[in-house]
Design a protein around this ligand. Structure first.
Ligand code: IMP
Ligand code: MG
Length: 178
């Protein structure tokens, strides 16, 4: 099995690019069907979601806007409960259908925070589209409408996801070897 080293840790191949692309297309298909007449605003959560968003949006067939926010809650391989906003929202969300594009929902703290902010700004509807979801780690109540792939509670890298800033550029997803 293919293995890579990212900084001081070893990772083994977990989800191959073909499987990722199938999941991406399926999410895009669902979004295109649901949001045909909604003129959605897609909000991409940087840094992790940049590759997923770029692939997903090329398959989404609705009139839409795309914008970016930069959040950070991770330090190394551990999530922290403090979500920092590094680049803020520059779009009017009031009255709009907003779809947050996220790489992975882990504890759910980041998304919970963001959903609350968007509702506070009077978005009409707020949905989440995430490539990956770790149900065993999830601590929140909100529902996630669009999920690409559910995974166990292991630390992963690749396809936009990083370990300490490294590993985002791999087209496949790798899982940490403990
Ligand atoms: P949450 O707030 O715990 O749901 O964490 C969400 C953020 O943590 C995601 O947007 C990712 O950027 C990051 N994250 C969560 N799990 C992983 C992982 O396994 N590898 C890399 N980053 C992760
Ligand atoms: Mg992220």
């Amino acid at each position: 099995m293919k293995q890579i080293k990212v900084k001081d840790k070893e990772f083994s191949l977990f989800i191959e690019k073909e499987e990722i692309q199938e999941a991406v297309k399926e999410v895009a298909r669902e979004i295109s069907e649901d949001l045909k007449d909604k003129n959605p605003l897609f909000l991409v959560v940087l840094n992790g979601a940049f590759i997923f968003a770029a692939d997903l949006l090329r398959h989404v067939e609705v009139d839409c806007n795309v914008s970016f926010v930069k959040l950070s809650s991770y330090a190394g391989t551990q999530t922290t409960s403090i979500v920092r906003e590094i680049i803020g929202l520059d779009e009017v969300v009031k009255g709009r259908t907003v779809v947050i594009i996220e790489d992975i929902v882990d504890t759910g703290i980041t998304m919970d925070n963001m959903i609350r902010n968007l509702k506070h700004l009077e978005a009409d509807d707020v949905q989440v589209a995430t490539l990956l979801f770790k149900p065993e780690a999830f601590q929140k109540e909100f529902s996630i409408k669009y999920i690409g792939i559910e995974i166990p509670n292991d630390f992963i890298v690749g396809y936009g996801l990083d370990y300490d800033g490294y590993g985002r550029n791999h087209p496949d997803i790798y899982k940490i070897i403990e």
